[in-house]
Design a protein around this ligand. Structure first.
Ligand code: NDP
Length: 246
């Protein structure tokens, strides 16, 4: 570390950060990154184990009371949440003609309504404190589309409207709301894709590879930083160039 970097990191103000679904995948990498930066990190999660230094409360994004209980427990332990990363998400891929109402609504309930439940609850204290960073984890598929992903794509596209409406509504209170749109990242979600499909996607990505969760975490850390205070309502791709121009 250079002297300048040391000075910068020692000047870091420790904030209370909530990352939903930090037990695995992208959420885990994001939580680890905030812990390494010296923040107080919490998660509302359903199962599994957590990275060292993360305060966890069991909860389910599809249940408003459970989300609200999770927030209350985190606030009791660490204080008001200043940074929210709505990361928990699911896929339930199916061709349009075969997609049931349940396939559609269950994905919306976690990915979109779950994010809404968290944003609504977090905004209360962010408004009071006149400071907040809201980061919604969308997907390249939200704007690019994906065959067999009408439910997932719709849920992820809607997060853009959410971030922009939040920005217009409470952007004057020191609060930003942004969307991170990862492309294909090496997690359980992409491991579930057949090998042939993975190769097909890789050949369409200018970077020629899938990314690691830590590469998404780096973008999240920046957009949640004090330095990014004038960026709001933005969609930041972390996709190796896959979605350029959409
Ligand atoms: P994983 O499938 O590895 O992890 C999903 C996380 O969400 C898990 O922690 C899971 O908990 C949690 N979760 C799911 N449903 C709920 C629920 N009802 N309540 C609470 N937590 C829940 O996914 P990734 O890490 O790959 O994805 C993280 C986010 O990034 C998602 O929003 C995804 O859509 C998005 N994304 C991922 C991409 C990729 O290529 N991997 C690309 C673009 C976007 P549990 O372990 O208990 O199931």
């Amino acid at each position: 570390m250079t002297e300048a970097q040391t000075a910068e990191s020692s000047a870091h103000r420790s904030r209370v950060v909530l990352v939903t679904g930090a037990n695995r995948g992208i959420g885990r990498a994001i939580a680890e990154r905030f812990v390494a930066a010296g923040d107080k990190v919490a998660t509302i999660y359903r199962s599994g184990d957590l990275p060292a230094g993360v305060f966890g409360v069991i909860g389910d994004m599809t249940d408003t009371e459970s989300v609200d209980r999770g927030f209350a427990a985190i606030e009791d332990e660490l204080g008001h949440i200043e940074v929210l990363v709505a990361n928990a998400g699911i896929t339930r891929d199916q061709l349009l003609m075969r997609m049931s109402d349940e396939d559609f609504t269950s994905v919306l309930d976690v990915n979109l309504t779950g994010a809404f439940r968290c944003v609504r609850r977090a905004s209360k204290n962010m408004i009071k404190g006149r400071y907040g960073r809201i980061v919604l984890i969308s997907s390249v598929v939200g704007l690019y589309g994906g065959a067999g992903q009408v439910n997932y794509s719709a849920s992820k596209a809607a997060l853009v409207g959410m971030a922009r409406s939040v920005t217009r509504e409470i952007g004057s209170r020191g609060i930003t709301a942004n969307v991170i749109a990862p492309g294909f990242i090496n997690t359980d979600m992409t491991a579930a894709l057949p090998e042939a499909k993975q190769q097909q996607y890789k050949s369409a990505i200018p970077a020629g590879r899938f990314a690691e969760p830590s590469e998404v975490a780096a973008a999240v850390e920046f957009i949640a930083s004090d330095a990014a205070g004038y960026i709001s309502g933005a969609v930041i791709p972390v996709d190796g160039g896959l979605g350029m121009g959409h």
